[in-house]
Design a protein around this ligand. Structure first.
Ligand code: S3P
Length: 426
């Protein structure tokens, strides 16, 4: 995609596509429930399509209708052996969460994904699953493909997570649905809690106290209606664009504002952003609101500690905003970025440097000094949707014309990205 410098403002009201994390989970719980689950605002990005295709291969009838997705749930013990290896594409959430479900099945499965997935560590889920008695092995060290074989019973577990990860936490909770004893998880820092909220919505007895989660054993669930709120991680790109272009005002409708995800709003407000929230609602245990963002002069800030899991996916775009903030922004405690779709610390630093941004790599983050002018560049997206979208926004600020290579990877989480940006530009 070639992108020229944009001299205007961004104006408009936009609907934000469904939250990726909640969309994945809605198919998983819908499949494991008895009866029909109807999902509205399901995200039809590549990752969430992969989750649908995996559950179809496990015998679940899933239909894409005009304004919803219906899942004919088969119950906890109703999945059937797939004819072939399950393929998750680029989706880390699909492989890690599904492994928890597959560990409880009475048939063997193989699961893998694209070349990026084949470099993502799976020891983080294999360790707790083995502690629960699961028979799971990697065919390539700690990386996919994974082979999961049936066992008689999964055991209970009290698991202290080493790193804060919602994917690991959710994998254990899903496996826990196949254990006859309670599951307890202690988190070092609280990560996104969509699994816990959805389990409670489906009536699974689960108690959260601070950093601890206790799930009891009664697990029969029935189908429900789920309305997926807009993805704040997608809204983040439009939010940032509105902040950076003078005269902009953008209304982002119906965005999920689960407190485990709103780190970007808190940080932008601390940086001086004019952001307001209105029309609060709660549906299926998930809060949402409209977010109104106006162009603002930002100042540098330190971002570290407890807030990191609440904005982990937004760090690339926050780094882009920091490039226009007055002073220095320091991001620390974010080493997890190195094991995302690509190493997002080195990708952000390398590509932003090409545009002349003063940015240095840290072992667990980065330091960015604000500047006024960016130069055009040919940018590698590393086939990472969030790198492509971040660098596209920066390309709109850079002199001349830039090119984002393999920009089609935005389809992973936001197929409408370029059309929506165009619709906001006058
Ligand atoms: C996700 C959890 C996060 C996040 C990913 C989606 C989820 O990963 O980065 O994009 O849906 O549970 P970790 O749990 O590995 O931090």
């Amino acid at each position: 995609m070639k992108i020229k410098k944009y001299e205007g403002k961004l104006k408009g009201v936009i609907n934000i596509p469904g939250d990726k994390s909640i969309s994945h989970r809605s198919i998983m719980f819908g499949s494991l429930a008895k009866g029909e689950t109807k999902i509205y605002n399901y995200l039809l990005g590549e990752d969430c399509k992969s989750t649908i295709s995996c559950f179809k291969k496990l015998g679940v009838n899933i239909k894409l209708n005009e304004d919803n997705v219906t899942v004919e749930g088969v119950g906890l013990y109703g999945l059937s052996k797939p004819d072939e290896m399950l393929y998750v594409g680029n989706s880390g959430t699909t492989i890690r969460l599904m492994s928890g479900i597959l560990a409880g099945q009475q048939f063997e499965t193989l699961i893998s994904g694209d070349s990026s997935i084949q470099k993502r560590p799976m020891d983080r889920i294999m360790t707790p699953l083995k502690m629960m008695g699961a028979d799971i092995e990697s065919l390539n060290g700690i990386y996919p493909p994974l082979r999961i074989k049936p066992v008689n019973n999964l055991r209970n577990i009290k698991y202290h997570q080493k790193t804060s990860s919602a994917q690991v936490k959710s994998c254990i909770l899903l496996a826990g649905m196949y254990s006859q004893k309670p599951v307890k998880i202690v988190q070092p820092k609280i990560s996104r809690d969509h699994t816990e909220r959805m389990m409670q919505y489906f009536g699974i007895p689960l108690i959260v106290q601070g950093n601890e989660i206790l799930m009891e054993t009664s697990k029969y669930i029935v189908g429900k209606e789920i309305f997926v709120p807009g993805d704040i991680s997608t809204a983040a790109f439009y939010m940032t664009a509105a902040l950076l272009f003078e005269g902009s005002e953008v209304v982002l409708k119906n965005v999920g504002i689960n407190p485990t995800r709103t780190g970007i709003v808190d940080i932008y407000k601390k940086m001086g952003a004019d952001i307001t929230l209105e029309n609060y609602q709660i549906r299926n245990n998930e809060p949402s609101a409209d977010i109104i963002v106006r162009h603002s002069k930002l100042k540098g800030i330190e971002i570290k500690g407890e807030i990191i899991p609440k904005l982990i996916d937004e760090i690339p775009i926050i780094a882009a905003a920091a490039a226009f903030a007055e002073g220095t922004t320091v991001i620390k405690n974010a080493a997890e970025l190195k094991v995302k779709e690509t190493n997002r610390i080195s990708a952000v630093v390398t590509e932003m440097k090409k545009m002349g941004i003063d940015i240095q790599e840290l072992d667990d983050g980065m330091v960015i000094n604000g500047c006024e002018k960016l130069k055009s560049a040919t940018i590698d997206s590393y086939d990472d949707h969030r790198i492509a979208m971040t660098m596209s926004i920066l390309a709109m600020k850079a002199e001349g014309e830039s090119e984002i290579l393999n920009s089609h990877c935005v389809n992973i989480s936001n197929p409408d990205f370029y059309d929506t940006i165009k619709s906001l530009c006058y």
